[in-house]
Structures are given as C-alpha cells and as structure tokens.
Design a protein around this ligand. Structure first.
Ligand code: TXA
Ligand code: MG
Length: 337
C-alpha cells in the first residue's frame, strides 16, 4: 500500500528507515531514497521500470552536504551553484568512490541538485543525508506535477507520497555537465540557457537529437558543431510521452477542431467548444507549467491526438520544446510498434 501524508516528518521517517517516498520539488515530483541505501535505490529502479544505464540525481539540503558525494567542485559548478542553488539546476561533478555505480550508472561523474521547494528541504533536513530522486513517473512517461499524478503512476509500488502543492515550474531541472570543458547543457529546464550564459559564458548546449551542438558565446550568438555521441545517458531513452499521440504544429490554423482531440498552445484556435479540450496559455511559463498535467488529462479523457503548438527555442521555450519534441517522438514510436 502507498500511504499519503501531509507531514514531512512522517515522510522523513520512512526515508530514514530505507523506504521510498515521492516528494514535491519546484520542478516535478521526485521519487526519493537515501543515497546510501542500496535496497531503496533498487526499489526506485523497479517501481519506475527505469533502465539501469540512466543515472540518478543526488539531492542535497546545502552545499556542504557535497563532501561525501563529490571529489571536488570544478570552478564552473561553483559559479553556477552560487547563482542558482537552491533551485532548478543540476550539475555533474567528479564522484567520490563511495557513490554507488547504481546511482551514477558507472559514470565517473555524479549529478547533484539543491532543490528550493520548502517541503523537500524540510525532509532533507530531518533525514540528514542526501536523497537520490528521479521524477516520480513510470519510465518514459510524463513527469508528475501533482501528488495525485504520482499515485496514478506508482500507487502500490512506493511506500508513501508527501502531499504538497502542484509543482511551480512543471518541467524538470536544467542539467549542466560541469566536468567537461566547456561545460555542456545536457538537459534544458527550469533555469534558461540565457541565465546560465550570463554568469558562465561559453556553455555548449547538447540537443536532444544529439546531432548538433551550438556554442553559446558571451554575446549570446550560437554556432553549430557536430556532437560525436550522446553526452547524457538520459538522452538515449524515450521520455515524457503520454499514451495519446502528440503532434506538434507551428500554425494551428490548418487544423480542423475535433471533439476527439485536444489543443495546447499560445495562439487560440477555433471555438473552444469544437475541441475535446482547448488550452490556450498566456505565456511559455504557463504552457510549461501545465504541459504534463494536460497530457494526463488527454489520456484520461480518451482523446486520439494532442496537438501542441511549437514555441521559439529561447528562454524557457528551449526546455518546453525539448519535452514537446520527445513526447511527440515517444508517442509516434509507440504507434508503430
Ligand atoms: O527536476 C529534476 O531534476 C527532477 C526532480 C525530482 O529533482 N528529477 C529528475 O530526475 O528529473 P530524472 O532521473 O528524471 O532525470 C535525471 C536526468 C537524466 O536525464 C539523467 O540521465 C541525467 O539527469 N543524469 C543523472 N546523472 C547524470 C550524470 N552523472 N551525467 C549525466 N547525466 C546525468
Ligand atoms: Mg525523469
């Protein structure tokens, strides 16, 4: 059985004993376990059906908790953490040998993040040790942004869910590889590339397709260069895909509204009543905030297609487009098999 609790001390007690508990962060809900308990970590992989080559992020209450985890903090990581921690930023650091291969998938690096969400922070402080926490969804599916969505994904497979508010940002943290020179953007997310480049010019974004990288210069210009291989194991796998087909559109106007389809975008299209569901967002932040919950609603209401308007790949739009493109790819792959 999966317990629901509103008490961070209860969630912390289950974690302290080696259990697995879903917790709210400012990005998405995470499924947490102590970093130093193999059994909890195994249960996370089992509950999610997560491929073992996809490493986990270690979550800390504060910078000094890094001591048992990282060998050192490269200057790029120190700069980024000093500006964006606590918050939706994950950095990779050289790992200490005490960090298990199960967490790092055998990589020489470990990904760490200091979440800002008060409930997660409170649990970290009570447990007193870092917690690993992937998103609390079954592997390949949209991340949960509410506690109810966690239960839809993992009920019966996890010990508890800590009931908190819907996640403020709605897409995952930005992941930066700080062990390469120059540092590489592995996953766009809650902190934008523009924000990163303001404090650390020269970060190289690695695209989801792994086909090209653009160098972000101090002036903010981008130049293309090929990438030899996928820089993050997370890029190999299907992600964020609901069971309903996701189709991306630039201009919604050629679309014929349908009661069996859902439309998500910034530009309104047709009469909302002609669609199964019509979601028109005021800006990219609200689109990103609502996206995964909208995918779930599309599944629950049995729609055939979710049409999503593309957005410019700047600011938070880069992270939103990454999720949209992978969701479309994942749902198309399911259609063909
Ligand atoms: O916002 C978030 O980051 C959420 C909340 C719960 O904190 N967590 C999350 O975890 O999104 P997960 O496991 O769903 O995604 C972690 C990403 C994956 O793409 C994984 O491959 C990458 O981080 N990652 C983890 N460790 C890594 C490492 N050592 N090197 C490169 N990428 C790594
Ligand atoms: Mg995930």
């Amino acid at each position: 059985m999966t317990e629901t609790t509103t008490d961070p001390a209860r969630a912390a007690a289950i974690l302290a004993q080696g259990g697995i508990v879903a917790l709210p962060t400012e990005t998405v809900y995470g499924l947490a376990a102590r970093w130093d308990r193999a059994v909890g970590i195994e249960r996370i992989f089992a509950a999610k059906g997560r491929p073992s080559d996809n490493p986990l992020i270690v979550h800390l209450a504060q910078l000094r908790d890094l001591d048992p985890i990282a060998l050192r903090i490269p200057p790029a990581a120190a700069t980024l953490l000093s500006h964006f921690a606590p918050g939706p930023l994950t950095v990779t650091l050289p790992r200490r040998p005490e960090v298990s291969d199960r967490i790092t998938a055998g990589l020489p690096t470990v990904a760490v993040r200091i979440p800002a969400a008060p409930l997660f922070q409170e649990v970290l402080r009570i447990v007193g040790v870092p917690l690993v926490a992937p998103s609390a969804n079954r592997s390949g599916r949209p991340s949960p942004t509410t506690w109810q969505a966690v239960l839809e994904e993992l009920h019966g497979k996890i010990d508890a869910v800590l009931v908190g508010p819907p996640c403020a940002i709605g897409i995952e943290s930005t992941v930066v590889d700080c062990c390469s020179s120059p540092p590489r953007l592995l996953r766009p997310g809650g902190i934008t590339l523009e924000q990163l480049c303001e404090v650390l010019p020269g970060i190289v974004p690695a695209t989801a397709a792994g086909a090209a990288a653009a160098t972000c210069t101090a002036a903010g210009a981008a130049e293309q260069s090929p990438l030899e291989h996928l820089p993050s194991p997370g890029m190999r796998h299907r992600h964020y895909a609901p069971s309903v087909r996701v189709e991306l559109v630039d201009d919604p106007h050629p679309l014929t509204p349908s009661p069996l389809a859902m439309y998500l975008g910034i530009t309104p299209h047709g009469k909302p009543a002609e669609w199964g569901m019509h979601c028109c967002y005021s800006d990219i932040a609200s689109y990103a905030h609502a996206l995964f919950a909208a995918f779930r609603e599309g599944e629950q209401r049995g729609f055939r297609t979710i049409y999503c308007q593309r957005v410019p790949k700047t600011g938070l739009g880069r992270g939103l487009m990454d999720r949209l493109e992978r969701a479309a790819l994942g749902s198309a792959a399911k259609d063909s098999c």
